[in-house]
Design a protein around this ligand. Structure first.
Ligand code: DX5
Ligand code: ZN
Length: 250
């Protein structure tokens, strides 16, 4: 894939405030990040709006390039379109692309607040994370279900968020992989031991049954696509149900 060259005319319609990145003081404060991958693409803005007005804390945007993962989704223009329409919600961009470094500037210019790259996608992980911060975004690192969390040990100072994939990336609606979920506890312990302050986000198969365990283990952010969008009552009901499930983990 060839990256689009940056231009000086790229608008940067940033919301002006960084997303709230404080660690949750207790499980009631867990953030819910609906994945718009599960929205009805024929009524995309309506689906995103139902999340934003229905209590979402962040919007999660799954960018797939058909190489790194076997599906194609959104480019920076989708972020650019969402940004002015929903100026106050943090846009959490999950890059599942083969050359994440090439896309950082474009997603930042389009209005992303957080950009998460896969550790498996680049040998230049530290450089890539530093580049995300350099454009004013929060930097996240994601790992496939089988990727050990230990590699984080060497980039702890460069990471604002760690995203644990609990399905094989590429599609919504898959079954939660419990073994991958165990990494949440490992990452929480590593955070404690090292005095690090990254947020732990979980993505894939998150619902009202899986989320209490994840929150108990240390998850700060629950990314959920199908559970939120396919909830009877739509996204507001799905978000409320996840919030109740997270609170039940106390
Ligand atoms: C998968 C994506 C997920 C996906 C989650 O590659 O990263 O964000 O949308 O969808 P559900 O919640 O349906 O598993
Ligand atoms: Zn995702």
């Amino acid at each position: 894939m060839t990256a689009i060259p940056a231009t000086s005319t790229d608008p940067i319609p940033r919301p002006g405030s960084a997303p709230d990145m404080e660690r949750r003081p207790d499980p009631k404060e867990v953030r819910i990040a609906p994945s718009i991958l599960s929205a009805d693409f024929a009524n995309f803005a309506e689906g995103a709006g139902a999340c934003v007005h229905g209590g979402a804390d962040w919007l999660h945007i799954d960018v797939m390039d058909g190489h790194f993962v076997p599906n194609l989704t959104f480019g920076p223009d989708v972020v650019r379109a969402l940004r002015p329409r929903f100026p106050n919600i943090p846009l959490d961009v999950h890059l599942m692309v083969a050359k994440p470094y090439d896309w950082i500037e474009h997603f930042a210019a389009a209005g992303a607040d957080l950009i998460t790259v896969h550790a498996e996608a680049t040998p230049h992980l530290q450089r890539t994370l530093a580049a995300i911060r350099a454009v004013g975004c929060k930097a996240g690192v994601a790992g496939f279900s089988a990727t050990p969390p230990a590699l984080l040990q060497y980039v702890l100072d460069d990471v604002d968020l760690v995203l644990v994939m609990t399905v094989n990336p590429g599609f919504g609606g898959q079954k939660f992989l419990p073994a991958a979920g165990d990494k949440v506890g490992d990452l929480a312990r590593l955070r404690e031991q090292e005095g690090a302050c990254y947020l732990i986000s979980v993505d894939g198969g998150v619902d009202d049954k899986t989320s209490p365990h994840l929150v108990r283990d240390g998850a700060d952010i629950l990314v959920a696509g199908s559970f939120v969008f396919h909830a009877p009552g739509g996204p507001p009901a799905g978000i409320a149900s996840l919030r109740r499930a997270a609170a039940s983990a106390i």
